[in-house]
Ligand binder design. Structure first.
Ligand SMILES: Cc1ncc(COP(=O)(O)O)c(C=O)c1O
Length: 344
């Protein structure tokens, strides 16, 4: 059987068009801002998000780190969700390298932070407290069932930020999934926020790279921070060439990943032992839990791996399946068939 890798959309491989673009890319030294392909990608990203400027960085993790370092000084505080990727999965970089204090508030199941919680977490001016400087959101929210945050919700947060002179950064690793799911543009989703990062290397299938978008002044600071972190790549146009194809050609196909996720979720929803909230399947990420009289987590994963189907258990008996360009409709049917076989 075909390998069906549902562990993450980060495993997507570059398309033939990307490989051709890489081979033909015009190159220069990007630390001197002389790589025409990187410059073109940065211009395109800024235009697509209607921001003044953009910066190409090696990864989503570095994009978020650079963003936080560029908004905050050492000793400042950032408000973010307790399920945020930046809090859980980025090696604590914002505190390790930036000396930035994190204030985690509970993420709701839909990926939001309660507005009341945000308001209550903003520090008063007091010598005892780290000054609150930034609020971080994540859209779509990876740990919170891949849920998209709406334009209205995002604007409610930016409104609070504005009143309190704070900035807002959105970890938009999968912001195109959010836009497709909500039927809005990425510009609408990010209109009032100060900075947004997004990944070229997930649903958009580029081999590496993320973008950070914001004002010209912000991106100037971010460029210095990227250099300080060792993220100034010289002939980075080899990667940016694939990123251009990703941004120009791959955003429209994300809807297929959402359709496949829905088919997969519906297909397994009635299988003995599986619990899944279909109302919360909005993008390319599905979570389900397992409670079966004969099959435990280890056995399920082993049986599936035996059929070359791979996915992660992210908590006890709690699993994640991610659809992407490497997963076809036929693969989805095969996976549902295997769940039925193992759990019936
Ligand atoms: C929401 C979110 N933000 C950031 C990242 C980090 O991206 P990268 O793996 O490119 O560092 C990920 C990676 O999966 C993610 O899911």
């Amino acid at each position: 059987m075909n390998k069906v890798d549902l562990r993450s959309d980060t495993i997507t491989l570059p398309t033939k068009e990307m490989l051709d673009a890489i081979a033909g890319a015009e190159l220069g030294d990007d630390v001197f801002q002389e790589d025409p392909t990187v410059n073109q990608l940065e211009d395109l990203a800024a235009t697509k998000f209607n921001k003044e400027a953009a910066l190409f960085v090696p990864s989503g993790t570095m994009a978020n780190l650079v963003a936080v370092l560029s908004h905050c000084q050492r000793g400042d505080e950032v408000i973010l969700g307790d399920q945020a990727h930046t809090f859980l999965y980025e090696a604590g970089g914002i505190s390790a390298f930036g000396g930035v204090h994190s204030r985690q508030i509970p993420n709701q199941e839909d990926g939001t932070l309660l507005l009341e919680d945000i308001k209550k977490s903003i520090r008063k001016e007091d010598v005892h407290f780290p000054p609150t400087r930034l609020i971080c959101l994540e859209n779509t929210h990876n740990r919170c069932l891949g849920m998209p945050l709406s334009v209205d919700y995002t604007n409610s947060v930016t409104e609070i930020a504005k009143i309190n002179s704070l900035s807002v950064h959105v970890d938009g690793a999968r912001i195109f999934n959010a836009a497709v799911s909500l039927g809005v543009s990425v510009t609408e989703l990010t209109e009032n926020i100060d900075s947004v990062s997004f990944c070229l290397s997930k649903g958009l299938s580029a081999p590496a790279g993320s973008m950070l978008c914001g004002t010209k002044d912000f991106i100037e600071i971010a460029r210095r921070n990227r250099k300080a972190l060792g993220g100034g790549m010289r002939q980075a146009g080899v990667l940016a060439a694939a990123g251009l194809v990703a941004l120009e050609k791959m955003t429209d196909r994300i809807i297929d990943d959402h359709k496949n996720a829905r088919t997969l979720a519906e297909g397994i929803s009635n299988i003995n032992g599986i619990s899944i909230n279909l109302d919360r399947v909005k993008t390319n990420i599905i979570y389900f839990s397992l409670d079966h009289p004969k099959v435990d987590s280890a056995l399920l994963l082993e049986e599936m791996a035996g059929k070359n189907i791979h996915f992660f258990e992210l908590g006890p008996s709690w699993f994640r399946l991610v659809t992407h360009a490497g997963v076809s409709e036929g693969d989805v049917d095969d996976v549902v068939g295997e769940f039925e076989r193992i759990l019936s």
